[in-house]
Design a protein around this ligand. Structure first.
Ligand code: SAM
Ligand code: SF4
Ligand code: SF4
Length: 360
């Protein structure tokens, strides 16, 4: 079910790929996707903040020594807005690691020289796609986005730079999965990763989020597409998974971690700066003032607590003979709920072992 660790934020169960770090290069963004899970405040109303290159150098060096991290995935906000994007790629290359980044593609032409200069250390680029026509994609990402994206695909394809497409599956996209796969294959994508939309408000939950039955339909269709197409196709973690024994994702398995644009170590890029969140219990340390080693120890402890909580919630329902609802059975929704990211949701929260209320 899960997508290839090479081109995805995650790996297959039990095989979570190499140790990796996602780093948010910027809090801000040039686009305005209404379903975006990053805080509106950070994206548009706060002072622009960019990850300092010096801090990046120190953090990735320590992460390599302490946690065997070999891959850095840049995200944001929009990572290509970093004023010294070239230096961030050079820093990863200089540390002997590989980089990748997820982007809306708008500024791809501008950052292309930096990509070419560091090509040897870039594993791939992931582009976010919201539709396979100008109308459907730009409806979510604004006029001009689709044309720029397609030009970016051509640049990658012509230069043999592997690229992946990342599609957030909203209800309106459910019946277009095959067309999306055909579009991705025709344009030469190396991978196509679907992910279920994470709800950021009751409006997004009502209009865009899929029910469990709808998610199952999507996952079955993706499994069929994965058998038909040559490129790697899959669904990223977040889908319903009630396996109590194994970590459901790389952050909870201790294989990946996130550093936010302020330099704080946190569990996972999905939870970081979550729109409308009440709490930041997923943040364990400020790497501006704390070494990676002690921060990483705290992160492992947090991941272990969260696994315990998830296991206990699933076991309790199993004992009562109750099928877990979507917010308990889907690991990402369970995280959103247990880390205080969805205060707008009125459902009762799971009993938790002291995760809530931690702040940096
Ligand atoms: C936050 S964006 C940052 C990188 C860049 N701005 C972009 O859009 O590719 C990272 C990824 O998160 C996805 N994303 C945003 N909101 C989401 C949501 N509510 N649920 C699931 N994925 C979401 C985006 O589509 C994108 O693929
Ligand atoms: S999904 Fe990416 S491009 Fe869209 S608003 Fe969020 S950060 Fe910006
Ligand atoms: S939100 Fe939770 S379950 Fe989902 S990938 Fe992140 S740590 Fe794993």
């Amino acid at each position: 079910m899960q997508t290839d660790a090479t081109f995805s934020d995650d790996g297959a169960p039990g095989r979570y790929g190499p140790q990796r770090l996602s780093v948010e290069l910027a809090n801000i963004c040039n686009l305005h996707c209404s379903y975006c899970f990053r805080s509106e405040e950070n994206l548009y109303n706060s002072r622009a903040e960019f990850f300092p290159v010096e801090l990046l150098r120190r953090v990735i060096g320590e992460a390599r020594d302490v946690a065997n991290v070999t891959k850095i995935n840049f995200t944001g906000g929009e990572p290509t807005l970093h004023p010294d994007f070239a230096a961030t790629l050079e820093t990863v290359a200089g540390a002997g690691m590989t980089s990748s980044f997820v982007t809306n593609g708008w500024h791809f032409e501008r950052v292309w020289p930096a990509i070419v200069a560091n090509r040897h250390s870039i594993s791939h680029v992931a582009f976010s796609l919201d539709g396979i026509t100008r109308e459907t994609h730009d409806r979510w990402r604004g006029n001009g986005s689709f044309d720029r994206l397609v030009r970016a695909f051509s640049r990658c394809y012509m230069s043999d730079l592997p690229f992946a497409l990342k599609v957030t599956v909203r209800r309106d996209l459910m019946d277009q999965l095959e067309q999306i796969a055909m579009f991705a294959a025709r344009l030469g994508a190396a991978a196509l990763n679907f992910v279920h939309v994470m709800p950021t408000s009751t409006a997004v939950a009502d209009e865009s989020s899929l029910s469990l039955d709808e998610q199952r339909i999507v996952e079955e269709e993706v499994a069929i597409l994965a058998r038909i197409f040559k490129m790697s196709i899959g669904v990223d973690v977040g889908y319903y998974n009630i396996d109590e024994e194994n970590a459901p994702c790389s952050p909870l398995a201790g294989t990946s971690m996130n550093v936010d644009y302020r330099g704080r170590l946190s569990l996972c890029c999905n939870l970081s700066g979550f729109r409308g969140a009440d709490e930041e219990a997923d943040v364990v340390a400020d790497l501006n003032v704390e070494p990676f080693a002690s921060a990483f120890a705290k992160l492992k402890e947090l991941a272990s607590l969260q696994l315990q909580n998830r296991k206990a919630a699933l076991a309790a329902l199993r004992a009562q003979g109750v099928k877990p609802d979507l917010f308990t059975g889907s690991p990402c929704l369970f995280c959103l709920q247990s880390f205080g990211k969805v205060p707008w949701r009125s459902a009762p929260e799971p009993e938790l072992v002291s995760i809530r209320g931690r702040r940096q």
